[in-house]
Ligand binder design. Structure first.
Ligand SMILES: [Zn+2]
Length: 202
């Protein structure tokens, strides 16, 4: 009469041992799909930027030509860049011989770089912008006009410093230069910005 409870106890003991053995070994399997600290660096960066409400890469910064000998050939809100609310932009070109003025030979095919992160939209042979690129994210969009050639395609995601095209004179243009625009999403609409406020010229 005492044999049955003893067998049950032995069976329960063996089952418990089996559970312990199985549970002692899951770590190597987990480590193959989950890193030790998944996204720790990314989380820290996001927390730092949350106070400003955006990632640093989303904010247009610096010179889209990436070179110190950049000169501005037409300012913001003047000439064909007026009214600024509609056409606000600066024209940039290169001074290749150090006389402080733009020259076409240095400017043709100068690489042009995204100044922030976003998604690419290209328009070929438009008027007046010629070969035109937009880089757009939730908070900012930048326009790059009169390109000789695109280095990106529609829908491509770029980061600051990524090559997007080459300087040209397509569209309404009298010589190779970059027409550069910045727009900020404010209160439900795109508001034109003065690129000089975003570190365009060194
Ligand atoms: Zn322009």
């Amino acid at each position: 009469m005492h044999e049955t409870p003893r067998l049950v106890l032995i069976a329960l003991g063996l089952a418990g041992l089996l559970v312990l053995l199985l549970n002692s070994n899951p770590q190597p399997i987990q480590s193959t799909w989950a890193p030790a600290n998944p996204g720790l660096a990314a989380q820290t960066r996001l927390q730092t930027l949350q106070g400003r409400g955006m990632a640093a890469a989303d904010y247009p910064q610096g010179n889209p030509l990436g070179v110190l000998n950049t000169v501005m050939t037409q300012g913001y809100g003047v000439g064909s860049h007026a009214p600024a609310a509609t056409w606000g932009a600066v024209d940039l070109a290169l001074d290749g011989d150090g006389d402080g003025r733009a020259d076409p030979r240095a400017s043709w095919n100068q690489p042009i770089y995204a100044t922030h992160s976003g998604v690419i939209t290209t328009t070929a042979n438009s008027w007046p912008a010629g070969n035109h690129v937009w880089v757009t994210n939730d908070q900012y969009r930048t326009g790059y006009a009169h390109l000789a050639e695109f280095a990106v395609t529609d829908g491509q995601v770029v980061n600051p410093g990524d090559l997007i095209g080459y300087m040209g004179s397509s569209g309404q243009s009298s010589g190779p230069h970059l027409d550069y625009q910045i727009w900020a999403w404010q209160a439900g609409r795109w508001v034109n910005q003065n690129p000089l406020d975003y570190g365009v010229l060194p």
